[in-house]
Design a protein around this ligand. Structure first.
Ligand SMILES: [Zn+2]
Length: 384
């Protein structure tokens, strides 16, 4: 089974130059392929496949146009892939699945640098770095995020992409299904919430990171910079043309802050998942959160979005699969909060503000911890 992993990388200046150059060439070739086929089409000639185009380019076009020979300097697998992507776009168009392929504009398009494992030395991955063909070893920001070669994982292919001055690698990793894991410990239940992020039935609580001083400060800063950007736009409307360059600068500032905040949240989720999985439970039970429903509530939507529950669920699923842990999901009508874990009675009048669960049987427990215990012991669930 192939699984994909995406994470931020820290390329050196020299590697950045190479990435820019490769992506630039890929964009150029993609657009060239589109334009060439458009011309053929307009002249009533036959469509040119990716293979034929590349033969024509190398054997005919480039020998007549040596000024374009820089195309050959880029990593050829990436260039080939971008022509293939062009062919796919045409195929979709011919099958009436999409509109006529669009040209990729600089800075506004999703052109990526494709790479593939061609020999045993390619695509090796260690905890802190990955070997990318034509770039060499590139540092990984979040250590250990991608399964390592040492642990027997094989990276088949991947892409390098850029967004707002940041660089990312996305890889396809072969994961064997028969990885036998030792998950002999008892199962656990996790209650996710807005007050605390996660309450685990083993007694651990993961705080809501958005309430941390660090994130609160960054959020404030973001609001400030966004207001500043807004003001600059207003001034531009008033005719202060000199603002244009400042707006670009300010835009980048806002984007960078967004990324920074997003990365802190994602890191936190990854760390939480890693820590939970490390306890080697035989199963993990969670509630099937109705994230979409919660997002519709405008009082909650921002808080819910900032918690990244969906990302948590996805990450947990990946790690459970990798480690052979059963992930159990109970539906969202399961009264995990309202059930007394001691006697099983259901407390219908439990309010959201009741932080302590008190049952008539004498049982008193923290509301969320009680829910986590009920999730752990749930007998009706689906295996995700
Ligand atoms: Zn009770």
């Amino acid at each position: 089974m192939l699984k994909s992993f995406k994470t931020e990388i820290n390329p050196s200046e020299e590697q950045k130059v190479k990435i820019h150059k490769t992506i630039g060439t890929c964009r150029f070739i993609y657009n060239f392929y589109l334009a060439h086929n458009k011309e053929l089409y307009d002249n009533g000639e036959k469509f040119m496949s990716s293979n034929r185009f590349r033969v024509w380019l190398n054997n005919e076009y480039l020998s007549e146009h040596p000024e374009y020979s820089w195309i050959k300097e880029a990593y050829s697998k990436a260039v080939t892939q971008s022509v293939n992507n062009g062919q796919t776009a045409f195929t979709r168009f011919f099958n009436h699945e999409s509109a006529f392929p669009k040209f990729k504009k600089k800075g506004r398009s999703d052109v990526k640098m494709y790479f593939v494992k061609n020999n045993p030395k390619d695509c090796r991955c260690e905890r802190h770095r990955i070997n990318i063909p034509s770039l060499g070893w590139v540092r990984i920001k979040e250590k250990g995020y991608i399964p390592t070669t040492k642990d027997g994982y094989v990276i088949k292919s991947g892409t390098v992409s850029m967004k707002a001055d940041r660089y990312y690698v996305s890889v396809l990793v072969e994961i064997s299904n028969n990885k036998i894991a030792d998950n002999s410990n008892a199962g656990i239940g996790i209650d996710l919430g807005l007050r605390d992020f996660a309450i685990v039935s083993n007694g651990k609580t993961y705080k809501n990171i958005n309430k941390s001083a660090r994130l609160k400060k960054l959020e404030k800063q973001l609001i400030r910079e966004q207001r500043c950007l807004f003001r600059k736009y207003e001034n531009l409307k008033k005719g202060e043309v000199t603002q244009r360059a400042n707006i670009q600068k300010q835009k980048l500032k806002v984007q960078k802050l967004h990324h920074k905040i997003d990365n802190i949240r994602t890191d936190y989720i990854n760390k939480t998942v890693a820590e939970i999985v490390k306890t080697k439970p035989s199963y993990i039970t969670i509630e099937d959160l109705n994230v979409k429903g919660m997002m519709k509530n405008r009082h909650l939507s921002k808080a819910v979005a900032s918690q990244k529950f969906y990302k948590f669920r996805t990450k947990l699923q990946i790690k459970c699969n990798e480690n052979g842990i059963e992930l159990r999901v109970v539906d969202r009508w399961y009264p995990s909060s309202k059930t007394c874990h001691c006697c099983g009675a259901i407390k219908k009048d439990l309010k959201l503000s009741d932080r302590i669960f008190k049952c008539s049987c004498g049982y008193v427990e923290d509301r969320d911890f009680n829910a986590a215990l009920n999730l752990r012991d749930a007998i009706t669930y689906e295996v995700a």
